[in-house]
Write a protein that binds this ligand. Structure first.
Ligand SMILES: [Zn+2]
Length: 111
């Protein structure tokens, strides 16, 4: 398992613990929808913990390039997907824009 993914899993599970999910809910007897809600809360916790808004903002250089994105990914030790979604969520760069950088890089490699 890659390290970024491990951190994410740990932060997510920590979210369930800190948010008292195991105390306030009978985890084994929730339906899928209820599970999804708790998982979304844990994901929000993980994003805030691993990629705090102000740190992302102050470390993101402009205009964003694939190498700046790689620097952010390494700095926060998260996956490409995680940093991409976080930039979108914080309204720094849209997901579409960041994905277009990935596409451009792929095309460069192929030609
Ligand atoms: Zn979960």
């Amino acid at each position: 398992m890659i390290k970024g993914r491990t951190n994410w899993t740990i932060a997510h599970e920590l979210g369930h613990i800190i948010l008292n999910h195991f105390i306030e809910f009978d985890i084994d007897n929730l339906n899928d929808e209820e599970h999804d809600i708790l998982d979304r809360e844990a994901e929000i916790f993980a994003r805030e913990l691993l990629m705090p808004r102000e740190w992302v903002k102050s470390n993101c250089e402009h205009p964003l390039t694939i190498s700046i994105l790689a620097k952010l990914k390494n700095l926060f030790d998260v996956s490409w997907q995680a940093i991409t979604y976080r930039l979108d969520e914080l309204n720094i760069y849209s997901k579409d824009y960041v994905l277009s950088l990935h596409e451009a890089r792929k095309i460069e490699k192929e030609t």
